[in-house]
Design a binder for this molecule. Structure first.
Ligand SMILES: Cc1cc2nc3c(=O)[nH]c(=O)nc-3n(C[C@H](O)[C@H](O)[C@H](O)COP(=O)(O)OP(=O)(O)OC[C@H]3O[C@@H](n4cnc5c(N)ncnc54)[C@H](O)[C@@H]3O)c2cc1C
Length: 453
């Protein structure tokens, strides 16, 4: 700590070197050329890494007294600038608060900074694992996932974070003169989930776990993308087939960017993770559908797990080859989800190569999309988004950084009220919750904000 830092912060782990602070003030916002342009300049004044709740409380009390913005950081793997401090101030890095609090029966409680892979490694001897996780399993924290993520590997069986019961409890700290510790349980957890750290600093997460399996990874090549997508739909709907990943990706992406030498640029793929005992039947279904298995291996033996080519890793792997690519997040509401996928794929062709992830949503199996976009201009991107929206495919826009613009296009009254009670000065990640600043504008101009500065 340098001499000009306030005495209230004495003894804390504080980083003030500009290059280091700038590096830890970013996330994967650069996936979006729109956000890259808008957020490139953003940086905090310092990064503080607390080791326990007492230190978090000291930082929050100091920030409240001095009207300083605080942006919480897990691992900084968010895609929309969620962890970027728009108003500078303090980045509060929770990565040192990373312990396992308890595992009782099939319920685990973890400190917010625990990395998902470390959690699963610790759970494995107990025959348990996380029900689902983002493809950033190796880096992302459990706190960052519930505050900024949505679903991922395992969601084809277990649903997403929106589902009631996906998270049992959150412990969080308030941004007040004397920070309080609150425990939200049951349905109340949704007051502080997926709000980009604007509704309190989460220090612990409690959630139900799944039985661990020996997962088998399959890459299946098809000459026709829709044949891959249709088989994915069949497997996703077979409740008796224990599975963790069902992903269909259209040509030329697999041969061009993902599995060079394994599949050709003319081929599409279906990526599967199924339990070892479900693999023989899955292989029969693949053969009957005309697919060709080009990779068949246990996840435990993989240096790079297959899911690091799925979900938003499909975009990352592709960006390694072509930095002009970007992506979208699309919903294809069922029934008729495959027809919608096919319509968009045929409409945009190679400008928007299809990538769908099968997911269970409140008891219904369907798919959502993370198609790549060969970016040209913001106007063209906006036109592609509009076409999807006008044709029954809602977009969760990854080219904006506020909660309301992204997908909801509306005020979450319960979350807003909770926000007022835990962060009355709007110092937690300010700028990310538009409705705090202007609820009237939000309710009267639904959807207006796309690309609106
Ligand atoms: C290659 C790639 C693949 C991805 N795949 C997926 C995917 O499959 N599914 C998915 O949902 N997401 C995915 N993401 C997005 C991201 O990885 C996940 O959402 C991840 O869980 C974020 O965790 P993190 O620890 O990095 O959080 P951060 O990026 O550090 O933070 C995310 C948000 O949560 C807030 N936050 C962090 N910790 C706390 C806390 N303790 N209390 C309060 N607020 C907090 C931050 O302020 C920020 O707004 C992907 C991103 C990349 C780059």
């Amino acid at each position: 700590m340098t001499a000009d830092l306030p005495p209230a912060l004495a003894g804390l782990d504080i980083e003030t070197r500009p290059a280091q602070v700038r590096r830890r003030s970013r996330d994967f916002y650069w996936y979006s050329p729109v956000l890259k342009r808008r957020l490139d300049h953003v940086t905090a004044a310092m990064v503080i890494t607390p080791k326990d709740e007492a230190e978090v409380a000291r930082v929050l009390a100091h920030a409240y007294a001095t009207d300083t913005a605080v942006t919480v950081r897990g691992a900084g793997t968010g895609n929309y600038g969620q962890a970027m401090p728009l108003q500078g101030g303090i980045v509060l890095d929770l990565s040192a608060m990373n312990g396992i609090v308890s595992v009782a029966g099939s319920v685990g409680r973890f400190q917010a900074g625990a990395v998902l892979r470390d959690i699963d490694t610790a759970l494995r001897p107990k025959g348990l694992e996380l029900r689902f996780h983002p493809s950033t399993h190796g880096l992302a924290t459990i706190g960052g996932f519930v505050a900024g993520g949505s679903g991922g590997v395992g969601s084809v069986t277990w649903g997403t974070l929106r589902d009631r019961g996906a998270v049992h409890a959150l412990r969080l700290m308030t941004m007040e003169a004397e920070p309080r510790t609150i425990e939200l349980r049951g349905l109340d957890v949704h007051k502080a989930m997926h709000c980009f750290g604007t509704c309190g600093v989460i220090t612990e997460v409690e959630l139900p776990l799944a039985p661990a399996h020996d997962w088998i990874e399959l890459i299946v090549a098809f000459d026709d993308f829709m044949a891959a997508a249709r088989l994915g739909d069949v497997i996703a709907h077979e409740d008796a087939l224990t599975k963790k990943l069902v992903t269909a990706i259209a040509s030329p992406v697999p041969g061009q960017y993902l599995f060079l030498g394994l599949v050709s640029e003319g081929q599409s793929v279906l990526l599967l993770m199924v339990a070892d005992f479900a693999a023989p039947i899955t292989r029969q279904l693949i053969e009957a559908a005309g697919g060709r298995i080009v990779h068949d291996r246990r996840t435990l033996e993989a240096k790079v797990p297959l899911y690091e080519y799925a979900w938003n890793h499909t975009t990352l792997q592709s960006l390694k080859h072509d930095r002009t690519l970007t992506y979208l997040q699309v919903a294809y509401p069922p029934p008729g989800h495959l027809e919608r996928v096919e319509h968009m794929w045929r409409t945009f062709g190679d400008e928007v190569p299809a990538h769908v992830e099968f997911v269970r949503m409140r008891g219904v199996t369907a798919c959502s999309g993370l198609p790549l976009v060969r970016f040209t201009t913001e106007e063209r991107l906006a036109a592609i988004i509009r076409y999807h929206q006008d044709n029954g495919c809602p977009i969760f826009n990854p080219h904006v950084f506020t909660l309301e613009e992204m997908g909801r296009k509306d005020v979450d009254a319960a979350q807003l009220a909770f926000k007022h009670s835990v962060d009355p000065k709007n110092l937690l990640n300010p700028g990310k919750m538009l409705s705090f600043d202007d609820p009237e504008r939000m309710t009267t101009e639904k959807g207006f904000f796309t690309f609106s500065g």
